[in-house]
Design a protein around this ligand. Structure first.
Ligand code: NAG
Ligand code: NAG
Ligand code: NAG
Ligand code: NAG
Ligand code: NAG
Ligand code: NAG
Length: 331
């Protein structure tokens, strides 16, 4: 009886029991690193050792994470959950990870993010990767709520690229006072609303590959308010309409836009010709790094039609010619 109790106690407190490694993982106590990668596990394995600081759960089929997933892992500083199938983040999921600094959730299909997922007055996350993490644009509302309530006062880097985001909910970034790098590349943003970036002091802002047609004067003032920011804006369908003057002037004057444009051009004319009564709708304005790029943006729908027409005639002539060759010898 006593012997049995002793064995139970011994096994509970022996290092061997505490530090065992789940079968789908590789554990290194010396490096305080646990990797359970590309093992097709469907949930976070139980029994991850408590010494773990770097936890890689990349490339599995985890579909849901909750507070039970990371219990007893208060030392984890880096957590990668990228390339899974996570759709749901439950309330308090990350609350026990007091030392978490880097969280990678890229390449998932998040559709439900509980507003208290992070539930912490002052969470320690500095680097949050949500690239290609949202199932669709609808999840941005959930994310905004979780960001506002999560106490992200330490967040320096946020990657939200490739999420099909159509608009940014009001105040989504309002609590991110330490944020320096914001990546919104390859979304579907059409406008930057007044106050979207209010209170931020960014160093890098990536807006490439969106659907921005112009930036209004109040948005421009907000960008100007960030002293050090370097903005990337290539590959947006800037439209030359009569409201673009402020934007064109700003682009010409600012040092904040990184891709050094050789001038803002619309159908070959420089910005100063874009005053009221400027080129009609559909003329496109683009930022170009090099002269040789210019022609690419000057292709208009009408020249496409002309090219197509020329192609059809060419094919028709070829066809006639082929018939001629065929029937020639027979006659
Ligand atoms: C939040 O954390 C930072 C650094 O970890 C610290 O400087 C700051 O005082 C904390 N703020 C609050 C409100 O606890
Ligand atoms: C976020 O993850 C994506 C894909 O895993 C990667 O390409 C990108 O570099 C990461 N972003 C940052 C800021 O580390
Ligand atoms: C996003 O996905 C959800 C769940 O499938 C769906 O209900 C919603 O309509 C989708 N939203 C958009 C913008 O496609
Ligand atoms: C932009 O994102 C889409 C998916 O949303 C992807 O298919 C495409 O390859 C991305 N383009 C670039 C240049 O990264
Ligand atoms: C933009 O925001 C500022 C303060 O954040 C406000 O005073 C101003 O009225 C806003 N402008 C518009 C057009 O909403
Ligand atoms: C662009 O800026 C230069 C000086 O930086 C100025 O001389 C020029 O007039 C400006 N052009 C327009 C169209 O504002």
């Amino acid at each position: 009886m006593y012997a049995f109790a002793f064995v139970v106690l011994f096994s509970l407190f022996s290092p061997g029991w505490c530090d065992s490694c789940p079968s789908s993982c590789e554990c290194s106590e010396a490096a305080r690193t646990v990797k359970c990668v590309f093992k097709d596990v469907t949930e976070v394995p139980a029994g991850i050792p408590s010494y773990t600081r770097n936890l890689y759960l990349t490339g599995n089929s985890i579909s849901r994470i909750g507070p039970a997933s990371f219990r007893g892992l208060g030392d984890v500083t880096k957590l990668s959950l990228s390339n899974n199938r996570i759709t749901v983040i439950e309330s308090h999921t990350f609350a026990a990870l007091h030392n978490l600094r880097v969280l990678d959730l890229s390449n998932n299909g998040l559709s439900v993010i509980h507003p208290d997922s992070f539930n912490s007055e002052n969470n320690s996350i500095r680097d949050l990767n949500l690239s290609r993490a949202l199932y669709n644009h609808s999840a941005i509302g959930d994310l905004a709520a979780a960001m506002r309530r999560g106490g992200f006062g330490n967040l320096r880097k946020l990657d939200l690229s490739e999420n099909e985001i159509v608009y940014l909910p009001t105040g989504i970034f309002s609590s991110l006072t330490a944020l320096r790098h914001l990546d919104l590349r390859n979304n579907s943003l059409m406008v930057i609303k007044n106050s979207t970036f209010a209170g931020l002091d960014l160093e890098a802002l990536d807006l490439r590959l969106n659907a921005i047609q112009t930036l209004r004067a109040d948005s421009l003032r907000e960008l100007d308010g960030m002293e050090r920011v370097q903005i990337q804006m290539r590959d947006n369908p800037f439209v030359c309409n009569c409201g673009i003057e402020d934007f064109a002037d700003w682009l010409n004057a600012t040092a904040k836009v990184v891709a050094r444009q050789t001038g803002v051009r619309a159908s070959g004319r420089t910005a100063q010709h874009l005053a009221p009564g400027c080129a009609g709708p559909g003329a496109r304005l683009s930022l170009q790094r090099e002269r040789r790029d210019r022609t690419a943006d000057l292709v208009t729908p009408s020249s496409g039609v002309v090219l197509g027409f020329v192609g059809v005639i060419f094919l028709f002539v070829l066809y006639l010619n082929r018939k001629g060759i065929k029937s020639g010898p027979m006659n």
